[in-house]
Design a binder for this molecule. Structure first.
Ligand code: FES
Ligand SMILES: [Fe+2]
Length: 437
């Protein structure tokens, strides 16, 4: 249980907040690149409680600037995209992608006032389908050499979805390895060969056991947590009745991402990005070590469950997430269909806009959540003192951080320590792109 003050400190992220100051030290997903595939590539972006506008100018370069015109505050999302920048329709002030005002056509001839006018602006970079923004002080950190960034575009698919709750409770579901045995339980197993593009539908590692059966039959994982240079590594062990050990390796990438296996050939890197204190987007990069990703199938699977352009899920709290009591009795643990994203969404949204952590009771399976909150609190203290030194992923050698390894593996007996690294090395050695660590 936390005090109300501590809960506010670790969850709130608007300008001037302490956790917000930590998140601002890292690149944040701001939009999917496909969102700008428009005749007029201008979209509103709200990130960490700040209202912004993202656009692509005629040179194809991206700009992310404050949404309200520095003149008298009109909404630049309605700006005229022209002359390689954005022009406010109210009085014609014109801004380039750095937010610099370059023209004030209504001011007296020869006026140089514009030289001192600049809209708030943040650097942006596009990586394999996601546009990232840096909203912190000084120079942005380097990107780590994670698989999702180093894999070719053909092997990565990106998508996002809206969850109506605070980012922290959304992230915490991703470092809770026990919930998969309950929340995502299927009372019957599908044919794993039909599971392309879906999580937990493959066979467990190199066995014939469907992942759904393994999770159902072994609901008490032993969870080990290690600190790494990027955050936390979680190793969840399920000791099978036949003496074998199922090992599942997942990761927390500081501050608000997770990297988990999706199937035997794909991993998911997923950020839980605050829109504001009570809403967040999950952004996922699905990375394949095997065949190129079938983007059409993965887009269709996901887009049919969401409303565009805001990627709000069609199943949500206003329609009880499609809850069906007879399905709950016979097919799924939740009664909310087969899409595990909906299960997670219900779990985190039903806690309320910001989970009341003054009234929670963490158990042994919450060990990674406890460790993560400790890391976040340490980072909050450091950044509040004005230093980012020693924060995970900003140790000056960020570009050398690779992987991280996210995999399911089976050890023949109890000796599981090396088996997951060996399985991963085999997968990387056979990979068509350079996935070496
Ligand atoms: S409010 Fe934008 S130009 Fe006047
Ligand atoms: Fe989940």
């Amino acid at each position: 249980m936390l005090s109300q003050e501590l809960n506010d400190t670790i969850s709130r992220v608007g300008p001037g907040s302490k956790a917000g100051a930590v998140l601002r030290r890292y690149w944040q997903p701001a939009a999917l690149a496909v969102e700008l595939d428009l005749e007029r590539p201008v979209v509103p972006v709200t990130l960490l409680g700040e209202r912004l506008v993202l656009f692509r100018n005629e040179d194809g370069e991206l700009g992310l600037i404050g949404r309200h015109c520095p003149h008298r505050g009109a909404d630049l999302c309605f700006g005229r995209l022209e002359d390689n920048g954005l022009r406010c329709p109210f009085h014609g002030w014109h801004f380039d992608r750095s937010g610099q005002c370059v023209e004030q056509p209504g001011e007296p001839e020869g006026s140089r006032m514009h030289e001192n006018i600049r809209a708030r602006n943040y650097p942006v970079v596009e990586k394999n389908g996601i546009i990232f923004a840096y909203m912190g002080p000084g120079e942005p950190p380097e990107f780590p050499a994670f698989d999702c960034f180093t894999a070719p575009d053909t092997h990565v698919f990106a998508f996002k979805g809206l969850w109506e709750c605070n980012w922290l409770q959304a992230m915490e579901v991703g470092i809770d390895p026990a919930h998969a045995s309950f929340l995502h339980r299927f009372l019957q197993d599908e044919d794993p060969s039909e599971g392309y593009g879906k999580q937990f539908r493959d066979r467990a590692a190199n066995t014939e056991i469907p992942m759904t059966k393994l999770l159902r039959d072994y609901p008490r994982p032993e969870i080990n947590v290690e600190e790494t240079d990027f955050g936390l590594r979680l190793i969840s062990l399920r000791h099978l009745d036949d003496g074998r050990t199922h090992v599942r390796v997942t990761n927390q990438v500081f501050p608000e991402a997770i990297v988990i296996p999706m199937s035997n050939e794909m991993t998911i890197t997923q950020w839980h990005v605050p829109i504001d204190d009570e809403n967040c987007y999950w952004y996922s990069m699905f990375t394949s070590y095997g065949a190129p990703v079938n983007k059409e199938v993965m887009w269709e699977q996901r887009v049919k469950e969401h409303r565009l352009p805001d990627f709000a899920p069609l199943k949500n709290k206003r329609n009880n997430y499609g809850f069906d009591p007879s399905e709950q009795r016979t097919m799924t643990y939740t009664g909310m269909g087969l899409d595990i994203n909906v299960h997670d969404q219900w779990a985190v949204e039903s806690m309320g806009p910001i989970q009341d952590r003054t009234d929670e009771h963490l158990g042994r399976t919450d060990v990674a959540i406890i460790r993560y909150r400790r890391m976040l609190r340490a980072a909050i203290e450091k950044v509040a003192e004005g230093s980012a030194e020693g924060l995970p992923m900003t140790n000056g050698d960020t570009a050398s951080i690779r992987g991280p390894i996210a995999i399911d593996a089976i050890a023949p007996g109890d000796a599981w320590t090396d088996v997951w690294r060996e399985s991963d090395a085999k997968r990387r050695a056979a990979c068509a792109w350079d996935a070496s660590l």
